[in-house]
Ligand binder design. Structure first.
Ligand code: C2O
Ligand code: CU
Length: 522
């Protein structure tokens, strides 16, 4: 167990893609950003220094932050943003987690510039367009593999990700969906992948040609290279999965798998035959459902699945889009002076002006948040039917308060009110078990008896299927304030987010320690 120190200098850097040079926000000038390596039990001390003209904060996506909620990172939830010229030290221990997790900026759409897909337009302009019109945002101009779009885009052939393998060797690929708004299929031509881990939890290994990952999720796969180097190269491809007619960037990013020791490939001007993978059609929900069902916890003696067997608190949340009355200083283009919003149980979350965790810790909730977040939607209706019956939403900064160590069951029901997309719901501070999922309306009588309490997958991000539901269970053993939101950036900014407060326990080991002295001020 060691302490590992990192320094993140956040600064602008010129990066050229698709024949266009843009100044983007980077960490230490790198795009994609630097990798952090730690072992279980290690302490990470990461000093983030803000050299740009934007406020920022960094989130360590999927790290449980047991009793270190001050280091979680979502702006206005666990901390005020780090202002220009200021710094903050994120200090936390990696407890009981192994595999791949990732970090990203966690304020407004800044994530776009640190990771993910490529936008020709200025990110600021893209956000403004999505917020002011309440219409679907401009779509990205390319998807990327490690920041490289690949040869299917104009002016991009030289920016192609290449994976060079040695015959007979097995490789671990760490897949992260860092796209802002798209769930992705991933495949490598003529090679089978073995899924071994998801969201830093071991899974029962299974073989597949195609992996599906929703934004926020991570998947580790094993790739075994052929014993005899084939006289060919193989395309690595990723493209979105989407169920609705909504506009999205349905382009394919590609990379290349090449074999070392392949004599032909080293000769100049010899083109190896190229094999391409077959990806499902963009709306192949049957594939998606099947794939998600295959992902199960390893659940053996050494890595048991600690699924809560009983439930103390039950919640039923509808997630989806709705409409919000337009305020005076907005330009709204929705019907009857409304704008499109996104909500949980018809509450469109409003970011506070100060950090919720601080307000909670100091017992100063007044004027910052209220604790009346509804456990159920305001009225029952046919959530997946048309036409929808309750699309009006209200805005507010509402939270749910949970006693320490309560076990929670949360059903997330998509409402398919407008558009149709699955929502990758991400919970900070916990892993949850996905004990059930289905299409249509959740049935509180018939569905729970079918829940998997034996080897459900443990994750930090769950795809709520378009027109369907997922049921989650988790133990509220981590005192603090924990954000939960859709990992599609556009839905988050429209309000598809909320927060949980987990109270301190009685024992002194079950309390959130006081904030570090350099915690940024608002
Ligand atoms: Cu990966 Cu709250 O985010
Ligand atoms: Cu969403």
């Amino acid at each position: 167990r060691v302490t590992r120190h990192y320094k993140f200098n956040v600064k602008l850097q010129n990066v050229t893609r698709l024949c266009q040079t843009k100044s983007i926000v980077t960490v230490n000038g790198q795009f994609p950003g630097p990798r952090i390596i730690a072992r279980e039990g290690d302490r990470l001390v990461i000093k983030v220094v803000n050299h740009v003209q934007y406020n920022l904060s960094i989130h360590w996506h999927g790290i449980r932050q047991l009793k270190s909620g001050w280091a979680d990172g979502p702006a206005y939830i666990t901390q005020c943003p780090i202002q220009t010229g200021q710094s903050y030290v994120y200090n936390f221990t990696v407890v009981g987690q192994r595999g791949t997790l990732w970090w990203h900026a966690h304020i407004s759409w800044l994530r776009a510039t640190v990771h993910g897909d490529w936008w020709k337009a200025d990110t600021e302009a893209v956000i403004n367009q999505a917020m002011q019109t309440g219409l679907a945002p401009n779509i990205s101009d390319a998807h990327t593999i490690n920041g490289l779009p690949g040869p299917l885009y104009n002016c991009s052939a030289k920016d192609t990700f290449k994976l060079k393998v040695q015959p007979g060797k097995t490789y671990l690929l760490r897949l992260i969906n860092a796209a802002l708004n798209d769930e992705m299929f991933f495949s490598i031509a003529n090679h089978t992948l073995t899924v071994v881990e998801a969201d830093a939890v071991y899974v029962k290994p299974f073989k597949t040609n195609i992996v599906l990952i929703t934004p926020g999720q991570t998947t580790n796969v094993l790739l075994t290279a052929r014993h005899k180097p084939p006289h060919a190269s193989f395309v690595i491809a990723a493209r979105p999965y989407a169920t609705g007619p909504a506009s999205f960037d349905n382009t394919t990013t590609t990379g290349l798998l090449e074999y070392k020791n392949n004599k032909t490939s080293s000769l100049p001007n010899t083109k190896l035959p190229l094999f391409k993978p077959k990806l499902p059609i963009f709306n192949d929900t049957v594939f998606a459902m099947k794939f998600n069902k295959k992902v199960r916890s390893l659940a053996n003696a050494r890595f048991p699945a600690k699924v809560p067997k009983t439930v103390d608190r039950r919640f039923f949340f509808t997630v989806g889009l709705g409409i919000l009355p337009c305020s005076k200083n907005e330009k709204c283009q929705g019907p009857n002076n409304t704008r499109v919003a996104a909500a949980v149980n018809n509450v469109s979350f409003v970011m506070p002006n100060t950090a919720l965790l601080q307000a909670h810790f100091l017992n100063q909730s007044k004027g910052v948040f209220t604790t009346d977040f509804p456990a159920n939607p305001p009225i029952k209706f046919n959530y997946t039917g048309t036409p929808p019956s309750n699309i009006m939403v209200k805005s507010g900064t509402k939270v749910v308060v949970l006693p320490f160590n309560s076990s929670v069951e949360l059903v997330l029901q998509d409402t398919s009110i407008i558009g149709a997309e699955s929502h990758p719901l991400h919970l900070h501070g916990f892993n949850f078990f996905i004990v059930g999922q289905g299409v249509g309306n959740f049935d509180p009588k018939k569905d729970p008896p079918k829940f998997n309490l034996v080897d459900p997958i443990e994750r930090n991000t769950a795809g709520v299927p378009s027109g369907g539901w997922v049921a989650l269970r988790f133990l509220a053993d981590n005192p603090g304030v924990w954000f939960m939101h859709c990992h599609l950036e556009v839905h988050t900014s429209w309000g598809l987010k909320m927060a949980w407060i987990v109270q301190d326990g009685k024992h002194r080991n079950h309390k959130l320690p006081p904030p570090p002295s350099d915690l940024p001020k608002c």
